[in-house]
Design a protein around this ligand. Sequence first.
Ligand code: BYC
Ligand code: FE
Ligand code: FE
Length: 475
Amino acid sequence: MSTIDYSEKIPNNVGLSEDKALQRALEHWQPNYLSWWQEMGPDGAQSFDVYLRTAVSVEAGGWAHFDYVKMPDYRWGIFLNKPEPGRQVNFGSHKGEPAWQEVPGEHRANLRRIIVTQGDTEPASVEQQRHLGLTCPSQYDLRNLFQVNVEEGRHLWAMVYLLHKYFGRDGREEAEALLERRSGDADNPRILGAFNERTPDWLSFFMFTYFTDRDGKYQLCALAESGFDPLARTTRFMLTEEAHHMFVGESGVARVLQRTAQVMNDLKTDEPDKLRAAGVIDLPMIQRYLNFHFSVTIDLFGADESSNAATFYNSGLKGRYEETKRDDDHRLHGRTYTVLGVADGRLVEREVPMLNALNEVLRDDYIRDSIAGIGRWNRVLEKAGVPFRLQAPHKAFNRRIGSLAGIRVSPDGRVVSEAEWAQHERQWLPSAEDRAFVASLMGRVAEPGRFAQWIAPPANGINKQPVDFQYVRFN
Ligand code: BYC
Ligand code: FE
Ligand code: FE
Protein backbone atom coordinates (compact mmCIF):
# COMPACT_ATOMS: atom_id res chain seq x y z
CA MET A 1 0.00 0.00 0.00
CA SER A 2 2.98 2.33 0.10
CA THR A 3 2.95 2.99 -3.63
CA ILE A 4 0.45 5.61 -4.55
CA ASP A 5 -2.41 4.79 -6.90
CA TYR A 6 -2.54 7.55 -9.52
CA SER A 7 -5.16 5.84 -11.65
CA GLU A 8 -7.84 7.15 -9.31
CA LYS A 9 -9.47 10.54 -9.26
CA ILE A 10 -7.94 11.14 -5.84
CA PRO A 11 -4.46 9.62 -5.67
CA ASN A 12 -4.03 7.79 -2.39
CA ASN A 13 -2.36 4.97 -0.54
CA VAL A 14 -5.23 4.43 1.88
CA GLY A 15 -7.33 2.07 -0.23
CA LEU A 16 -9.92 4.75 -0.90
CA SER A 17 -11.68 2.72 -3.61
CA GLU A 18 -12.60 0.13 -0.97
CA ASP A 19 -14.68 2.67 0.95
CA LYS A 20 -17.22 3.92 -1.55
CA ALA A 21 -19.06 6.27 0.80
CA LEU A 22 -15.86 8.00 1.82
CA GLN A 23 -14.66 8.12 -1.77
CA ARG A 24 -17.91 9.75 -2.84
CA ALA A 25 -17.76 12.28 -0.03
CA LEU A 26 -14.20 13.28 -0.92
CA GLU A 27 -14.99 13.37 -4.63
CA HIS A 28 -17.77 15.74 -3.72
CA TRP A 29 -15.38 17.96 -1.76
CA GLN A 30 -12.77 17.88 -4.55
CA PRO A 31 -14.50 20.32 -6.97
CA ASN A 32 -15.07 22.73 -4.09
CA TYR A 33 -11.38 22.53 -3.31
CA LEU A 34 -10.56 23.23 -6.95
CA SER A 35 -12.90 26.24 -6.99
CA TRP A 36 -11.14 27.50 -3.90
CA TRP A 37 -7.77 27.00 -5.64
CA GLN A 38 -9.01 28.88 -8.73
CA GLU A 39 -10.24 31.74 -6.58
CA MET A 40 -7.56 31.92 -3.89
CA GLY A 41 -4.56 30.01 -5.30
CA PRO A 42 -1.58 31.61 -7.12
CA ASP A 43 -2.76 34.72 -8.94
CA GLY A 44 -2.60 34.58 -12.73
CA ALA A 45 -0.59 31.36 -12.80
CA GLN A 46 -3.21 28.71 -13.46
CA SER A 47 -2.00 27.99 -17.00
CA PHE A 48 1.75 27.92 -16.30
CA ASP A 49 3.65 24.67 -16.64
CA VAL A 50 5.67 24.42 -13.45
CA TYR A 51 8.54 22.03 -12.77
CA LEU A 52 7.05 20.45 -9.67
CA ARG A 53 7.72 17.39 -7.60
CA THR A 54 4.85 15.06 -6.87
CA ALA A 55 4.79 12.26 -4.32
CA VAL A 56 4.99 8.80 -5.89
CA SER A 57 5.61 6.66 -2.83
CA VAL A 58 5.93 7.15 0.89
CA GLU A 59 9.16 5.13 1.07
CA ALA A 60 12.11 7.06 2.46
CA GLY A 61 14.23 8.48 -0.34
CA GLY A 62 12.42 7.76 -3.55
CA TRP A 63 9.13 9.53 -3.12
CA ALA A 64 9.50 12.48 -5.42
CA HIS A 65 8.85 12.67 -9.14
CA PHE A 66 9.66 15.91 -11.02
CA ASP A 67 7.87 17.10 -14.13
CA TYR A 68 6.04 20.06 -15.66
CA VAL A 69 2.53 20.36 -14.27
CA LYS A 70 -0.17 22.99 -14.52
CA MET A 71 -1.00 23.71 -10.91
CA PRO A 72 -4.74 23.08 -11.12
CA ASP A 73 -3.80 19.63 -12.50
CA TYR A 74 -1.46 18.83 -9.61
CA ARG A 75 -2.40 15.42 -8.22
CA TRP A 76 -3.39 16.38 -4.70
CA GLY A 77 -3.89 13.18 -2.81
CA ILE A 78 -3.88 11.32 0.48
CA PHE A 79 -0.65 9.76 1.62
CA LEU A 80 -0.06 8.16 4.98
CA ASN A 81 3.24 6.77 6.18
CA LYS A 82 3.26 3.02 6.62
CA PRO A 83 1.81 1.75 9.88
CA GLU A 84 4.28 0.85 12.60
CA PRO A 85 3.41 -2.68 13.79
CA GLY A 86 2.38 -2.83 17.43
CA ARG A 87 2.43 0.94 17.86
CA GLN A 88 1.14 2.16 21.25
CA VAL A 89 -0.05 5.38 22.80
CA ASN A 90 3.28 6.63 24.08
CA PHE A 91 2.30 9.31 26.61
CA GLY A 92 -0.46 10.57 28.86
CA SER A 93 -2.98 8.61 30.83
CA HIS A 94 -3.52 6.03 28.04
CA LYS A 95 0.20 5.26 27.78
CA GLY A 96 0.79 1.62 26.88
CA GLU A 97 -2.60 1.05 25.23
CA PRO A 98 -2.54 0.06 21.56
CA ALA A 99 -2.57 3.17 19.34
CA TRP A 100 -6.12 4.05 18.24
CA GLN A 101 -7.25 3.27 14.72
CA GLU A 102 -10.62 4.91 15.40
CA VAL A 103 -11.39 8.13 17.27
CA PRO A 104 -11.94 7.50 20.99
CA GLY A 105 -15.39 8.92 21.72
CA GLU A 106 -14.35 10.82 24.85
CA HIS A 107 -11.62 12.71 22.93
CA ARG A 108 -13.54 13.32 19.75
CA ALA A 109 -14.19 17.05 20.17
CA ASN A 110 -10.61 17.88 21.11
CA LEU A 111 -9.18 15.79 18.31
CA ARG A 112 -11.44 17.45 15.78
CA ARG A 113 -10.42 20.86 17.05
CA ILE A 114 -6.72 20.05 16.66
CA ILE A 115 -7.21 18.68 13.14
CA VAL A 116 -9.32 21.68 12.12
CA THR A 117 -6.78 24.15 13.52
CA GLN A 118 -3.94 22.38 11.71
CA GLY A 119 -5.98 22.16 8.50
CA ASP A 120 -6.94 25.83 8.62
CA THR A 121 -3.34 27.04 8.44
CA GLU A 122 -2.66 25.25 5.15
CA PRO A 123 -5.07 27.07 2.81
CA ALA A 124 -4.45 30.24 4.83
CA SER A 125 -0.80 30.28 3.76
CA VAL A 126 -1.75 29.80 0.10
CA GLU A 127 -4.10 32.77 0.39
CA GLN A 128 -1.42 34.87 2.05
CA GLN A 129 1.04 34.09 -0.74
CA ARG A 130 -1.25 34.29 -3.72
CA HIS A 131 0.07 37.55 -5.20
CA LEU A 132 3.77 36.82 -4.79
CA GLY A 133 4.14 35.19 -8.20
CA LEU A 134 3.53 38.59 -9.81
CA THR A 135 6.76 39.93 -8.29
CA CYS A 136 9.04 36.90 -8.35
CA PRO A 137 12.78 37.62 -8.16
CA SER A 138 13.54 34.70 -10.53
CA GLN A 139 12.04 31.63 -12.17
CA TYR A 140 13.83 29.47 -9.63
CA ASP A 141 12.09 31.31 -6.78
CA LEU A 142 8.77 31.32 -8.60
CA ARG A 143 8.91 27.56 -8.91
CA ASN A 144 9.74 27.18 -5.24
CA LEU A 145 6.80 29.38 -4.28
CA PHE A 146 4.45 27.23 -6.36
CA GLN A 147 5.91 24.03 -4.94
CA VAL A 148 5.24 25.29 -1.43
CA ASN A 149 1.71 26.34 -2.43
CA VAL A 150 0.69 23.00 -3.96
CA GLU A 151 2.09 21.13 -0.98
CA GLU A 152 0.21 23.34 1.48
CA GLY A 153 -2.85 22.49 -0.59
CA ARG A 154 -2.02 18.82 -0.13
CA HIS A 155 -1.66 19.35 3.61
CA LEU A 156 -5.23 20.58 3.61
CA TRP A 157 -6.20 17.33 1.86
CA ALA A 158 -4.40 15.38 4.57
CA MET A 159 -6.55 16.96 7.29
CA VAL A 160 -9.76 16.83 5.24
CA TYR A 161 -9.27 13.10 4.74
CA LEU A 162 -9.20 12.63 8.53
CA LEU A 163 -12.28 14.81 8.99
CA HIS A 164 -14.24 12.91 6.34
CA LYS A 165 -13.15 9.45 7.33
CA TYR A 166 -13.38 9.71 11.11
CA PHE A 167 -15.78 12.51 12.01
CA GLY A 168 -18.91 11.87 9.97
CA ARG A 169 -21.25 14.72 9.31
CA ASP A 170 -19.58 17.36 11.47
CA GLY A 171 -16.25 16.41 9.91
CA ARG A 172 -17.69 17.09 6.47
CA GLU A 173 -19.04 20.42 7.68
CA GLU A 174 -15.64 21.38 9.06
CA ALA A 175 -14.07 20.39 5.72
CA GLU A 176 -16.40 22.80 3.93
CA ALA A 177 -15.68 25.56 6.44
CA LEU A 178 -11.95 25.15 5.75
CA LEU A 179 -12.68 26.34 2.20
CA GLU A 180 -14.83 29.24 3.40
CA ARG A 181 -12.65 31.06 5.91
CA ARG A 182 -10.24 33.53 4.35
CA SER A 183 -6.92 34.86 5.57
CA GLY A 184 -7.35 38.40 6.86
CA ASP A 185 -11.12 38.47 6.30
CA ALA A 186 -12.82 40.64 8.92
CA ASP A 187 -15.96 38.47 9.07
CA ASN A 188 -14.59 34.98 8.53
CA PRO A 189 -10.86 34.97 9.28
CA ARG A 190 -8.48 32.04 9.59
CA ILE A 191 -8.24 30.65 13.11
CA LEU A 192 -4.73 31.61 14.22
CA GLY A 193 -3.26 35.12 14.32
CA ALA A 194 -0.18 34.75 12.09
CA PHE A 195 -2.32 33.32 9.31
CA ASN A 196 -4.29 36.53 9.04
CA GLU A 197 -1.19 38.69 8.54
CA ARG A 198 -0.22 39.69 5.02
CA THR A 199 2.73 38.20 3.16
CA PRO A 200 3.09 41.13 0.78
CA ASP A 201 6.67 40.77 -0.45
CA TRP A 202 9.37 38.16 -0.91
CA LEU A 203 11.38 39.08 2.15
CA SER A 204 8.20 38.38 4.15
CA PHE A 205 7.74 35.14 2.23
CA PHE A 206 11.24 33.91 3.05
CA MET A 207 10.83 34.91 6.71
CA PHE A 208 7.44 33.19 6.76
CA THR A 209 8.74 29.95 5.30
CA TYR A 210 11.70 30.03 7.67
CA PHE A 211 9.79 30.88 10.86
CA THR A 212 6.15 30.00 10.33
CA ASP A 213 6.63 26.80 8.34
CA ARG A 214 8.94 25.82 11.18
CA ASP A 215 5.99 26.18 13.55
CA GLY A 216 4.40 23.75 11.11
CA LYS A 217 7.32 21.39 11.64
CA TYR A 218 7.07 21.53 15.43
CA GLN A 219 3.29 21.20 15.57
CA LEU A 220 3.39 18.36 13.05
CA CYS A 221 6.11 16.62 15.05
CA ALA A 222 3.92 16.89 18.16
CA LEU A 223 0.95 15.48 16.21
CA ALA A 224 3.15 12.75 14.71
CA GLU A 225 3.37 11.40 18.29
CA SER A 226 -0.42 11.23 18.57
CA GLY A 227 -2.06 8.11 19.94
CA PHE A 228 -4.59 8.53 17.12
CA ASP A 229 -2.60 6.56 14.58
CA PRO A 230 -4.02 7.97 11.31
CA LEU A 231 -3.07 11.48 12.47
CA ALA A 232 0.44 10.32 13.38
CA ARG A 233 0.93 8.62 10.02
CA THR A 234 -0.36 11.49 7.91
CA THR A 235 1.65 14.15 9.75
CA ARG A 236 4.81 12.05 9.39
CA PHE A 237 4.44 12.20 5.65
CA MET A 238 3.65 15.94 5.75
CA LEU A 239 6.94 16.50 7.55
CA THR A 240 8.89 15.26 4.53
CA GLU A 241 7.31 18.09 2.50
CA GLU A 242 7.81 20.65 5.29
CA ALA A 243 11.58 20.30 5.07
CA HIS A 244 11.57 21.90 1.62
CA HIS A 245 9.46 24.83 2.80
CA MET A 246 11.94 25.67 5.53
CA PHE A 247 14.80 25.28 3.04
CA VAL A 248 13.14 27.87 0.80
CA GLY A 249 13.01 30.30 3.72
CA GLU A 250 16.45 29.68 5.09
CA SER A 251 18.21 29.80 1.73
CA GLY A 252 16.07 32.74 0.61
CA VAL A 253 17.09 34.92 3.54
CA ALA A 254 20.70 33.72 3.21
CA ARG A 255 20.73 34.85 -0.43
CA VAL A 256 19.31 38.26 0.50
CA LEU A 257 22.06 38.63 3.11
CA GLN A 258 24.70 37.51 0.67
CA ARG A 259 23.64 40.10 -1.88
CA THR A 260 23.44 42.93 0.66
CA ALA A 261 26.86 42.04 2.07
CA GLN A 262 28.31 42.02 -1.42
CA VAL A 263 27.00 45.52 -2.15
CA MET A 264 28.16 46.71 1.29
CA ASN A 265 31.65 45.55 0.38
CA ASP A 266 31.51 46.97 -3.14
CA LEU A 267 30.37 50.38 -1.91
CA LYS A 268 32.32 50.19 1.36
CA THR A 269 29.31 51.37 3.33
CA ASP A 270 26.78 50.18 5.87
CA GLU A 271 24.56 53.24 5.52
CA PRO A 272 20.99 52.13 4.90
CA ASP A 273 20.23 55.04 2.55
CA LYS A 274 23.15 54.30 0.27
CA LEU A 275 22.35 50.60 0.24
CA ARG A 276 18.72 51.24 -0.53
CA ALA A 277 19.74 53.58 -3.33
CA ALA A 278 21.82 50.69 -4.68
CA GLY A 279 18.69 48.50 -4.66
CA VAL A 280 19.44 46.14 -1.80
CA ILE A 281 17.87 45.66 1.63
CA ASP A 282 19.95 46.99 4.52
CA LEU A 283 20.69 44.65 7.41
CA PRO A 284 18.80 46.57 10.16
CA MET A 285 15.68 46.32 8.00
CA ILE A 286 16.18 42.57 7.62
CA GLN A 287 16.48 42.43 11.43
CA ARG A 288 13.14 44.24 11.79
CA TYR A 289 11.46 41.75 9.46
CA LEU A 290 13.01 38.95 11.50
CA ASN A 291 11.68 40.50 14.73
CA PHE A 292 8.19 40.65 13.29
CA HIS A 293 8.04 37.11 11.94
CA PHE A 294 9.70 35.59 14.98
CA SER A 295 7.32 37.23 17.45
CA VAL A 296 4.17 36.62 15.43
CA THR A 297 5.16 32.99 14.94
CA ILE A 298 5.96 32.16 18.55
CA ASP A 299 2.42 33.31 19.41
CA LEU A 300 1.23 30.32 17.35
CA PHE A 301 2.22 27.96 20.14
CA GLY A 302 -0.66 29.25 22.26
CA ALA A 303 -0.79 30.46 25.83
CA ASP A 304 2.18 29.59 28.04
CA GLU A 305 -0.19 28.11 30.58
CA SER A 306 -2.96 26.18 28.91
CA SER A 307 -5.34 23.63 30.29
CA ASN A 308 -6.08 22.69 26.66
CA ALA A 309 -2.46 21.70 26.22
CA ALA A 310 -2.60 19.60 29.38
CA THR A 311 -5.76 17.89 28.17
CA PHE A 312 -4.35 17.23 24.69
CA TYR A 313 -1.31 15.59 26.27
CA ASN A 314 -3.08 13.67 29.03
CA SER A 315 -5.53 12.24 26.58
CA GLY A 316 -2.77 11.07 24.22
CA LEU A 317 -3.76 13.37 21.33
CA LYS A 318 -0.70 15.63 21.03
CA GLY A 319 2.77 14.77 22.32
CA ARG A 320 5.93 16.74 22.80
CA TYR A 321 8.57 17.21 20.12
CA GLU A 322 10.44 13.88 19.91
CA GLU A 323 8.27 12.46 22.69
CA THR A 324 9.53 8.90 22.36
CA LYS A 325 13.19 9.97 22.45
CA ARG A 326 12.78 11.58 25.89
CA ASP A 327 13.58 9.51 28.93
CA ASP A 328 11.00 10.51 31.51
CA ASP A 329 7.71 8.93 32.51
CA HIS A 330 5.74 10.49 29.62
CA ARG A 331 2.95 11.36 32.06
CA LEU A 332 4.56 14.42 33.66
CA HIS A 333 2.41 14.57 36.80
CA GLY A 334 4.14 16.49 39.57
CA ARG A 335 6.76 17.98 37.26
CA THR A 336 7.17 21.71 36.75
CA TYR A 337 8.42 24.02 34.03
CA THR A 338 9.60 27.62 34.04
CA VAL A 339 7.48 30.19 32.26
CA LEU A 340 7.89 33.96 32.04
CA GLY A 341 5.46 36.45 33.45
CA VAL A 342 5.40 40.07 34.55
CA ALA A 343 5.31 41.34 38.12
CA ASP A 344 5.85 44.94 39.23
CA GLY A 345 6.83 45.93 35.72
CA ARG A 346 9.56 43.29 35.45
CA LEU A 347 9.84 39.94 33.72
CA VAL A 348 9.87 37.18 36.28
CA GLU A 349 10.20 33.43 36.04
CA ARG A 350 7.54 31.19 37.52
CA GLU A 351 7.40 27.47 38.05
CA VAL A 352 4.13 25.96 36.88
CA PRO A 353 2.91 22.39 36.44
CA MET A 354 4.62 21.08 33.31
CA LEU A 355 1.42 19.60 31.94
CA ASN A 356 -0.07 23.07 31.77
CA ALA A 357 3.10 24.50 30.23
CA LEU A 358 3.37 22.14 27.25
CA ASN A 359 2.71 24.93 24.77
CA GLU A 360 5.72 26.68 26.29
CA VAL A 361 7.82 23.51 26.17
CA LEU A 362 7.16 23.21 22.43
CA ARG A 363 7.74 26.95 21.92
CA ASP A 364 11.13 26.66 23.64
CA ASP A 365 12.11 23.70 21.44
CA TYR A 366 11.07 25.76 18.44
CA ILE A 367 13.03 28.81 19.58
CA ARG A 368 16.22 26.76 19.95
CA ASP A 369 15.85 25.45 16.41
CA SER A 370 15.07 28.91 14.99
CA ILE A 371 18.10 30.43 16.64
CA ALA A 372 20.37 27.76 15.16
CA GLY A 373 19.38 28.89 11.67
CA ILE A 374 19.94 32.55 12.55
CA GLY A 375 23.48 31.45 13.40
CA ARG A 376 23.82 29.97 9.91
CA TRP A 377 22.64 33.29 8.42
CA ASN A 378 25.27 35.10 10.46
CA ARG A 379 27.95 32.90 8.96
CA VAL A 380 27.02 34.34 5.55
CA LEU A 381 27.77 37.81 6.97
CA GLU A 382 30.90 36.60 8.71
CA LYS A 383 32.25 35.04 5.52
CA ALA A 384 31.68 38.31 3.70
CA GLY A 385 33.61 40.16 6.40
CA VAL A 386 30.57 42.16 7.51
CA PRO A 387 30.45 42.72 11.30
CA PHE A 388 26.62 43.00 11.64
CA ARG A 389 24.90 40.01 13.30
CA LEU A 390 21.21 39.09 13.26
CA GLN A 391 19.58 38.09 16.53
CA ALA A 392 16.37 36.52 17.69
CA PRO A 393 14.39 39.07 19.70
CA HIS A 394 13.53 38.25 23.29
CA LYS A 395 10.71 35.77 23.76
CA ALA A 396 8.58 38.47 25.42
CA PHE A 397 8.94 40.95 22.54
CA ASN A 398 5.74 41.91 20.68
CA ARG A 399 3.59 39.11 22.05
CA ARG A 400 -0.19 38.93 21.67
CA ILE A 401 -0.94 35.53 23.19
CA GLY A 402 -0.35 34.29 26.73
CA SER A 403 0.85 36.04 29.86
CA LEU A 404 3.31 38.20 27.93
CA ALA A 405 0.56 39.76 25.83
CA GLY A 406 -0.24 43.37 26.51
CA ILE A 407 3.12 44.42 27.94
CA ARG A 408 5.77 46.30 26.05
CA VAL A 409 9.15 44.59 25.90
CA SER A 410 12.17 45.64 23.82
CA PRO A 411 13.91 43.11 21.54
CA ASP A 412 16.63 42.78 24.17
CA GLY A 413 14.10 41.88 26.86
CA ARG A 414 13.52 45.06 28.88
CA VAL A 415 9.99 45.94 29.92
CA VAL A 416 9.51 49.44 28.52
CA SER A 417 6.92 52.16 28.88
CA GLU A 418 4.35 52.89 26.22
CA ALA A 419 6.29 56.07 25.43
CA GLU A 420 9.58 54.25 24.98
CA TRP A 421 7.86 51.67 22.82
CA ALA A 422 6.36 54.36 20.60
CA GLN A 423 9.73 56.06 20.31
CA HIS A 424 11.54 52.90 19.21
CA GLU A 425 8.91 50.90 17.40
CA ARG A 426 10.29 51.93 14.01
CA GLN A 427 13.69 50.53 14.97
CA TRP A 428 12.20 47.28 16.21
CA LEU A 429 9.47 46.37 13.75
CA PRO A 430 9.07 47.02 10.02
CA SER A 431 7.51 50.45 9.48
CA ALA A 432 5.18 51.42 6.67
CA GLU A 433 8.22 53.03 4.99
CA ASP A 434 10.23 49.82 5.32
CA ARG A 435 7.46 47.85 3.73
CA ALA A 436 7.05 50.43 0.99
CA PHE A 437 10.77 50.28 0.24
CA VAL A 438 10.79 46.47 0.07
CA ALA A 439 7.69 46.61 -2.10
CA SER A 440 9.47 49.04 -4.44
CA LEU A 441 12.17 46.42 -5.07
CA MET A 442 9.67 43.76 -6.02
CA GLY A 443 9.75 43.80 -9.82
CA ARG A 444 9.10 40.62 -11.74
CA VAL A 445 12.22 38.85 -13.01
CA ALA A 446 11.22 35.86 -15.08
CA GLU A 447 13.95 35.06 -17.64
CA PRO A 448 15.75 31.80 -16.85
CA GLY A 449 18.98 32.40 -14.93
CA ARG A 450 18.26 36.07 -14.14
CA PHE A 451 17.84 37.30 -10.56
CA ALA A 452 16.54 40.50 -9.05
CA GLN A 453 19.13 43.01 -7.87
CA TRP A 454 18.37 42.42 -4.17
CA ILE A 455 19.01 38.67 -4.02
CA ALA A 456 21.95 36.41 -4.90
CA PRO A 457 21.40 33.33 -7.08
CA PRO A 458 21.18 30.00 -5.25
CA ALA A 459 24.20 27.70 -5.12
CA ASN A 460 22.29 24.88 -6.85
CA GLY A 461 19.19 24.37 -8.94
CA ILE A 462 16.26 22.11 -8.16
CA ASN A 463 16.59 18.35 -8.66
CA LYS A 464 20.17 18.77 -9.95
CA GLN A 465 18.97 21.03 -12.76
CA PRO A 466 21.10 24.09 -13.54
CA VAL A 467 20.21 27.39 -11.89
CA ASP A 468 19.23 28.83 -15.29
CA PHE A 469 16.90 25.93 -16.06
CA GLN A 470 13.43 26.81 -17.38
CA TYR A 471 11.53 26.09 -14.15
CA VAL A 472 8.31 27.68 -15.33
CA ARG A 473 6.89 27.81 -18.84
CA PHE A 474 4.50 30.73 -19.12
CA ASN A 475 1.48 29.99 -21.29
N1 BYC B 1 -4.00 33.12 17.36
O1 BYC B 1 -5.18 27.40 25.57
P1 BYC B 1 -4.57 28.11 24.42
C1 BYC B 1 1.48 25.14 9.89
C2 BYC B 1 -6.57 30.88 21.24
S1 BYC B 1 1.60 25.93 11.41
C3 BYC B 1 -5.31 33.21 17.69
O2 BYC B 1 -3.12 28.31 24.45
P2 BYC B 1 -4.47 25.94 22.70
C4 BYC B 1 1.78 25.91 8.69
C5 BYC B 1 -6.99 29.43 21.39
O3 BYC B 1 -7.65 28.97 20.19
C6 BYC B 1 1.04 24.71 12.61
N2 BYC B 1 -5.86 32.56 18.74
O4 BYC B 1 -4.97 27.35 23.11
C7 BYC B 1 2.80 26.83 8.67
C8 BYC B 1 -7.90 29.49 22.57
O5 BYC B 1 -9.16 30.02 22.16
P3 BYC B 1 -10.52 29.68 22.93
C9 BYC B 1 -0.43 24.75 12.89
C10 BYC B 1 -5.06 31.78 19.47
O6 BYC B 1 -5.62 25.39 21.98
C11 BYC B 1 3.06 27.56 7.53
C12 BYC B 1 -7.27 30.55 23.45
O7 BYC B 1 -6.47 31.35 22.57
N3 BYC B 1 -0.83 23.66 13.71
O8 BYC B 1 1.15 24.00 9.86
O9 BYC B 1 -3.82 25.15 23.77
C13 BYC B 1 2.30 27.36 6.38
C14 BYC B 1 -6.49 29.95 24.58
O10 BYC B 1 -5.22 29.50 24.13
C15 BYC B 1 -3.69 31.64 19.20
C16 BYC B 1 -1.24 23.76 15.00
O11 BYC B 1 -1.33 24.83 15.54
C17 BYC B 1 -3.17 32.35 18.09
N4 BYC B 1 -1.86 32.29 17.75
O12 BYC B 1 -3.21 26.26 21.78
C18 BYC B 1 1.28 26.43 6.41
C19 BYC B 1 -1.54 22.47 15.73
N5 BYC B 1 -3.16 30.81 20.12
O13 BYC B 1 -10.75 28.20 22.77
C20 BYC B 1 1.01 25.70 7.55
C21 BYC B 1 -2.91 22.37 16.28
C22 BYC B 1 -4.13 30.46 20.96
O14 BYC B 1 -10.28 30.09 24.34
N6 BYC B 1 -3.26 23.41 17.21
N7 BYC B 1 -5.29 31.02 20.57
O15 BYC B 1 -11.55 30.50 22.18
C23 BYC B 1 -2.97 23.38 18.54
O16 BYC B 1 -2.34 22.47 18.99
C24 BYC B 1 -3.49 24.47 19.43
O17 BYC B 1 -4.72 24.87 18.93
C25 BYC B 1 -2.59 25.71 19.56
C26 BYC B 1 -3.26 26.70 20.53
C27 BYC B 1 -1.22 25.28 20.04
C28 BYC B 1 -2.44 26.46 18.26
FE1 FE C 1 1.72 22.69 5.69
FE1 FE D 1 4.78 24.25 5.04
